[in-house]
Design a protein around this ligand. Structure first.
Ligand code: NAD
Length: 345
């Protein structure tokens, strides 16, 4: 039964969205509206089954509740998925059809970009819907709101390096970046400008070549990046990359990246602690995107205010890591407890 789904976890509402006229199959999951309207991106992915899509949306949606709470935003958590290939020529029609379902929630859920749905797609969603943020048309041409997320990643690595290595600068710090898309590429740029040495990978050769030529990065195969001989590992691709197979092979002493749901399962947080690896919880560090882009929900669009808020992530991250160190407990657990307290307060 659906309510017994292992990832159901007290979701307030889950909608299955169908429109046979365009072949739309989508799911909207609202985990919590305790702190405000649920907010979280819309992902387009060719899931191999509805079960896979449901598991993904439920996990991502709960993650948004925790992310928005720890980021100090007056927002709840939700997420949506469209089961389709983002290269499908029907993409604009699928987005338009899906946005009508979001509109029907009348502001209980705001959505934005995620994997397979970019800022220009967010503008298409907004044609029929008032509850879309991170739209290309909100910014100057060429600005991608994922850059807010990347800034958060950079701030997180600086905070993590202070706790893990007692260092204030990133000069010569060796960082492995997995995934060179919107967030991974922009993170590499920040790190390169700060003097870090990059080891990188992606499944797309062109993405690797760009970072190698622009930032002098060293490239490795996708299945080798977690084991690179570096100080920091930054997962910026898909989730579940920290698992039973990869953790024993990780040489980095700090993990801080932007991918969602990096821990394959909760116990991998404890495995990282036992291995002496400092882990910056994924949803804490990748909150920069929603912190920067969601301001439109509150009719406040100052870029400076967004950047200032994202830089404030440093304080939260240091608090979580310091508590994890003192208490000898997983940082992921401490972040979850902080989020739960805020939601119940
Ligand atoms: P993206 O699609 O732009 O980039 C992902 C990159 O990872 C692509 O270049 C892809 O080729 C690469 N990739 C896929 N599988 C890989 C593998 N096995 N090994 C190496 N590279 C691989 O996505 P993005 O917007 O950069 O998001 C990356 C992650 O960050 C996702 O988990 C996303 O949910 C999360 N995130 C993104 C944002 C945002 O603002 N974009 C905000 C919060 C969280």
């Amino acid at each position: 039964m659906f309510f017994d789904h292992p990832d159901f976890d007290s979701h307030e509402q889950v909608l299955f969205c169908h429109d046979p006229s365009v072949g739309l199959h989508g799911i909207i999951a609202l985990h919590s509206t305790a702190l405000g309207p649920a907010a979280g991106g819309c992902r387009m992915h060719p899931y191999s089954s509805v079960d896979d899509a449901l598991t993904d949306v439920l996990r991502l949606s709960k993650g948004m509740t925790y992310k928005n709470a720890v980021a100090g935003l007056p927002l709840g958590g939700g997420k949506s998925v469209i089961i389709a290939d983002p290269e499908d020529p029907r993409k604009p029609e699928l987005l338009r059809a899906f946005s009508k379902h979001i509109q029907s929630l009348n502001g209980r859920y705001w959505t934005a970009i995620d994997i397979g749905v970019g800022p220009a797609d967010a503008d298409i969603l907004a044609e029929n819907c008032d509850f879309i943020f991170a739209r290309a048309s909100q910014y100057e041409p060429g600005f991608n709101p994922s850059e807010f997320t990347a800034l958060g990643g950079f701030v997180g690595i600086k905070a993590g390096a202070e706790v893990a290595f007692q260092r204030q600068d990133l000069q010569g710090l060796r960082v492995a970046v997995q995934g060179l898309g919107a967030t991974g590429y922009a993170l590499c740029k920040h790190l390169h400008n700060a003097g870090a040495e990059l080891t990188v990978t992606d499944v797309k050769d062109a993405s690797i070549s760009r970072v190698v030529s622009e930032f002098g990065a060293k490239a490795v195969q996708p299945d080798q990046i977690h084991a690179a001989d570096v100080d920091v590992f930054a997962p910026c691709a898909l989730g579940a990359g920290l698992n039973d197979q990869t953790i024993p092979e990780i040489k980095a002493r700090l993990i801080c990246g932007l991918a969602n749901n990096q821990l394959a399962s909760d116990h991998h947080g404890a495995m990282l602690t036992d291995a002496g690896i400092v882990y910056v919880p994924d949803y804490v560090v990748n909150a920069g995107g929603v912190m920067g882009a969601s301001t439109v929900i509150f009719s406040e669009t100052s870029r400076e205010a967004s950047v200032e808020r994202i830089e404030g992530l440093q304080t939260t991250i240091k608090e979580i890591l310091s508590r994890a160190k003192t208490e000898g407990r997983p940082s992921s657990k401490i972040a979850n407890e902080m989020a739960a307290e805020l939601i119940c307060a």
